[in-house]
Design a protein around this ligand. Structure first.
Ligand code: ATP
Length: 320
């Protein structure tokens, strides 16, 4: 293995830059040439790539977003697109690829892998929706951003004795809501994986207000099948308490990565290069029980993610 490529794909997440830096510098340290591919698979199709040196990844460790830019590519998903991508990789003599992104990006990597190029997948997504790894890069930062918002909303919510609904990201995976709810002391958490009961929720709000609770914070993942405005309206009708909604949206994607995200990104980058240098077959890299771990890429993508219902129950115990 002499020359490797690295790209970021799908939604950006804080820590992607730390992963790119690690891949480039660890690769150079092992005597590899490293090409940065811009705008994910879209840029690969257009051969937007550049040989990277150590200086190209200087001063990016602490920055959110991705210096390589990211994109979603429809063209890549066609047979013609995959062939074109393989052509570009062959033309530039790239013998191994590191893909930093979420589930879709890794599936794209698997398609390339099936056509003969080893691909190392690094889990870069705020959603924490990849089953094979305990955490994804960017999740910790996103939850930290939500916690900051919860703290601020708690102040104003207590002052006015209001109910506040905070809508967080997570279309299919409720982990941001779950972890932010648990560690932010929310009273209720609504996730797409579990059913909810607005009447029971409204009763709990009334009962806890009667016990003297001054605020009531509800964290709702965006993928829950009721709009946040509708939920706010229903709760206000049922409880008679003023109910406000806050949609955090893209705020959750930005910001400087936390120590945990930088560490995970740095270690995954180093592992990806180590595996490519050893001529390993394609792998998904992640963390399990605190250790960096690599599993066959295809097998990793077959696993299905389940919500941690123990954590979910604990929220109910703690918020009574
Ligand atoms: P996030 O979790 O932040 O949304 P993601 O990596 O899951 O990130 P996607 O938009 O699903 O984001 O995927 C990124 C790109 O990967 C797509 O635009 C497409 O080019 C490619 N891709 C996704 N799924 C596949 C697939 N099954 N086969 C080939 N390529 C795919």
């Amino acid at each position: 293995m002499k020359r490797i490529g690295v790209l970021t794909s799908g939604g950006d997440s804080p820590g992607m830059n730390a992963a790119v830096r690690s891949v480039v510098r660890c690769g150079l340290d092992r005597g590899l040439e490293v090409y940065g591919i811009y705008r994910g698979y879209e840029g690969l199709l257009d051969a937007e790539l550049k040989q990277m040196d150590r200086g190209d990844v200087g001063d990016i460790l602490q920055r959110g977003g991705t210096i390589l830019k990211t994109a979603r590519s429809k063209r890549f998903r066609t047979e013609e697109g995959i062939k074109r991508a393989m052509n570009v990789l062959n033309t530039f003599d790239i013998d191994g690829l590191v893909v930093i992104g979420g589930d879709g990006s890794m599936r794209g990597g698997l398609e390339l892998s099936k056509r003969g190029i080893p691909v190392m997948g690094i889990p870069g997504t705020i959603d924490n929706d990849l089953a094979y790894t305990d955490y994804t890069i960017g999740f910790d930062t996103a939850v930290t951003t939500v916690l900051d918002a919860i703290s601020k909303l708690r102040d104003t919510s207590s002052a006015h004795e209001r109910v506040v609904i905070v809508e967080v990201m997570g279309r299919r995976c409720g982990d941001i809501a779950l972890y932010a709810g648990l560690t932010g002391g929310a009273e209720e958490v609504l996730v797409p994986e579990l059913p909810y009961d607005i009447k029971a929720l409204s009763r709990r709000i009334i009962e806890s207000a009667n016990r003297g609770k001054q605020h009531h914070i509800i964290i709702k993942a965006e993928g829950v099948d009721i709009s946040t405005a509708e939920l706010a309206h229903d709760i206000q009708e049922n409880t008679g308490r003023e109910t406000k909604e806050v949609v955090l949206s893209y705020l959750q994607r930005g910001g400087s990565p936390t120590m945990r995200d930088r560490l995970l990104a740095t270690l995954c980058g180093s592992k990806a290069v180590e595996l490519l240098a050893q001529e390993s077959a394609s792998k998904a890299i992640g963390t399990v029980d605190g250790r960096i771990f690599a599993e066959d890429l295809g097998d990793a993508l077959k696993e299905t993610r389940e919500l941690n219902e123990d954590l979910y129950s604990l929220i109910g115990v703690l918020s009574k």
